[in-house]
Write a protein that binds this ligand. Structure first.
Ligand SMILES: Nc1ncnc2c1ncn2[C@@H]1O[C@H](COP(=O)(O)OP(=O)(O)OP(=O)(O)O)[C@@H](O)[C@H]1O
Length: 224
């Protein structure tokens, strides 16, 4: 089985205000090209898990593999590069820089990676905007566009470095049903046409039901 992401026995505690075993023996994988969702009650540990999987949180025991490579325990300076290059992340809130144009926002993670020329990055960013059918917004200030458009720009930004997996923490949580549907269809298209792997935390059952697999979390565990 070809996995883009795999975990082995991930455990995490929060020690303040008192010891709390938040993630318990999490072992699972996301297959290449799979569109998986994570559901579970509030407080079951979904966001905590996603922050570990996206290498934003390194305080845990167990193992995380991306593209079969063990990333757990790497030197700290490696993580921002791994994250920037291999993982696209979409939050509930878009976190766009409001004074920058849409195009500049999408270009930023590629600028940070510093592997391509400005012209190449601009071309790639325009291609992502075209793919998401928002290229007409390229020169608009991010503060001037609608909520649904902002989330599509955030997706374009998450894709700019051609990640191996796109993760989302309730990316449709702030959207009305029309815009949420739009985002689902974009994710589905990314899977079907680009072969992208996706792992999306959601509270929306209709959204989850339409993904390839629902991973259920309860009390810090994945329900088998
Ligand atoms: N920094 C922290 N310190 C202590 N406890 C924390 C911390 N962050 C989260 N928790 C606790 O860990 C548990 C899991 O939180 P988490 O945010 O992962 O849940 P979730 O399933 O994503 O919930 P929601 O659906 O409400 O976003 C909760 O009980 C939360 O209160």
């Amino acid at each position: 089985m070809e996995y883009v992401l795999e975990t082995k026995n991930i455990n995490k505690h929060f020690y303040k205000p008192k010891d709390f075993h938040v993630l318990k023996d999490i072992s699972f994988g996301v297959k290449v090209g799979e569109f998986a969702s994570i559901m579970g009650k509030s407080g079951s540990g979904k966001s905590t898990l996603l922050y570990i999987l996206s290498t934003m949180d390194t305080e845990y025991t167990g193992e995380l593999y991306l593209n079969h490579e063990l990333v757990t325990g790497k030197p700290h300076q490696d993580f921002s590069r791994i994250r920037n290059k291999h993982i696209g992340f979409v939050f509930q809130f878009h976190y766009l820089l409001s004074e920058f144009s849409v195009l500049e926002n999408v270009m930023l993670p590629a600028k940070k990676l510093n592997e391509k020329s400005h012209a190449d990055i601009e071309r790639d960013a325009m291609q992502k905007l075209e793919m998401l059918k928002i290229d007409y917004l390229a020169n608009q200030r991010a503060s001037r566009i609608s909520g649904g458009e902002k989330q599509r720009v955030a997706i374009a930004r998450a894709l700019i470095n051609n990640p191996i997996i796109l993760m989302g923490d309730e990316p449709t949580g702030n959207l009305d049903s029309h815009n949420a549907d739009n985002v689902f269809n974009i994710f589905k298209k990314l899977k079907e046409e680009e072969g992208l792997s996706l792992l999306i935390v959601t509270h929306d059952e209709d959204f989850a039901k339409r993904t390839d697999r629902i991973i259920q979390m309860e009390d810090g565990r994945i329900i088998p």
